[in-house]
Design a protein around this ligand. Structure first.
Ligand SMILES: [Zn+2]
Ligand SMILES: [Zn+2]
Length: 164
């Protein structure tokens, strides 16, 4: 996918509000089959409040809670497909599992501050990190797919209890 293709997709994702439509358009474009299951998985991620991040297990729990029975491997494969299509972003927030969030073009490439104790994730934006990453990529002939910066630490709530 060229850079101009992906910026066109972002523009259309922003204009188009129906997840089913977005998915249909992108999957058609890439020659993938649209399944009802993939639409439901995307819907789950669309409904998550901004700033929350779901693992594949969380997606399955939410689907199960709403009465959908979709196998874990199907969810896992669908999430990877959606990452490849640039619809979702895979996040390295924890060493145990990957988390996913919807690529919101309006949010830009935000970054994450993670508490190593309670797992609280705070999002922040910083254009210097993004320009550093994209300059580095361009200078080395890479086309930029994602620029993630994850800071690990102890949140104010967790830090005092550990120092006792
Ligand atoms: Zn995030
Ligand atoms: Zn904490």
């Amino acid at each position: 996918m060229t850079q101009s293709d992906s910026s066109k997709i972002s523009e259309r994702l922003y204009l188009e509000d129906s997840p089913a439509e977005v998915l249909r358009m992108l999957l058609n474009q890439e020659g993938f089959r649209i399944t009802e299951q993939r639409q439901k998985i995307l819907q789950v991620l669309r409904e998550v409040p901004e700033g929350e991040h779901l693992s594949a297990e969380d997606v399955q729990d939410k689907l199960t809670a709403s009465g959908e029975k979709i196998g874990f491997s199907t969810i896992y494969r669908a999430l990877h497909l959606l990452v490849d299509l640039g619809i979702l972003r895979e996040l390295n927030l924890s060493e145990e599992r990957k988390f996913y969030e919807f690529c919101n073009p309006l949010m830009g490439a935000h970054h994450h501050l993670v508490c190593a104790e309670c797992g609280t994730v705070t999002e922040f934006e910083d254009s210097t990190i993004f320009s550093l990453g994209s300059n580095e990529a361009l200078n080395r002939g890479f086309s930029l797919l994602d620029c993630q910066f994850t800071v690990r630490g102890l949140c104010p709530h967790c830090a005092p209890s550990l120092s006792v």
